[in-house]
Design a protein around this ligand. Sequence first.
Ligand SMILES: N[C@@H](CCC(=O)N[C@@H](CS)C(=O)NCC(=O)O)C(=O)O
Length: 243
Amino acid sequence: MPTLTQKAFKPGSTCPPPPGPGKLRLYSMRFCPYAQRTRLFLAAKEIEYETVNIGVLSEKPAWFLEKNPLGKVPVLEKDGNIIYESLACNEYLDGIYPDKCITPSDPLEKAQQSMVLALWDAKVIGFYYKLILTKAKEEWPAVAKQLVDGMQVMENALTQPFFSGDKVGALDYNLWPWFERFSMLKDRGVELPKEKFPKITAWMEHMLEQPEVKTCYFPPEVQEQFGKSWMAGSPDYDIGLEE
Ligand SMILES: N[C@@H](CCC(=O)N[C@@H](CS)C(=O)NCC(=O)O)C(=O)O
C-alpha cells in the first residue's frame, strides 16, 4: 500500500503537496478506530491510496484544520475535494469506486444498519471513551457496567453471522475497530465472556479471518501500548516505526 509517511505530522510541520490528479489520499492516525473504518473499506475494495498520518489527539498541525475544521481523522482528499467523517468517507468511496460496493443499496437494509449504528453510539461508545478517559478509579466499575450492558444490546442486535447479514459488510466494518481494542479495557473491568456474548464471540472470530481485517490489524499488545500512552496524556502515534 503506498504510504507518503507513516510517522505522524505534528505542529510546526508543513502540509504535504496535494495528491496528483486522480490520486486518493487518506489523512489518518494509525490507532484511530474511525480512520480504521475507512481503511477497512479501502482494503476490502482494494483501492490504492496514500496515507498522511496526523498526531490528532494532541496539539495538531494548523494546516490540518484547513482540511477538516473539526480537526479529526479520517479525511479523504481527491482531485481538490475533501471529505471528512468516517461514514461520509465510506459512502463516498462506494460512490466513486462502485466496484465491490459495500454500502447496502436496499433502503430497508441501509436503514437497519443505520439503526444498529445508532444503538452503538447511544449504548456503547460514550461509555467506552468515558472509561478510557476517566482518571478516578472509583468511577470505573459503574461505567464498565454501563458499557457491558450496552454490549448486551449489541449481542441482541446480532441476529445473523455478521451484523450486515450472511457476509461481512458495511456495518461490520463500521463496528469492528472498537472490538479490536476491547482488551485495552480489561484492566478497567470490561470483559466479553463467551457465555454472556456467544454471538459476538463467534462474530469476532469470523471477523479476524477476513483479509481486510488482517490488513488493518494491530495485535492487542500494540493497541494496549498505544492506549496506555494515550491514557497517560502523551499518545505515542509512532509505536513500532523505525527512527
Ligand atoms: N465522527 C468522527 C469522529 C472521528 C474522531 O473522533 N477521530 C479522532 C481520532 S480516533 C480524532 O481525530 N480526534 C481529534 C479530536 O477530537 O480533536 C468520524 O466518524 O470520523
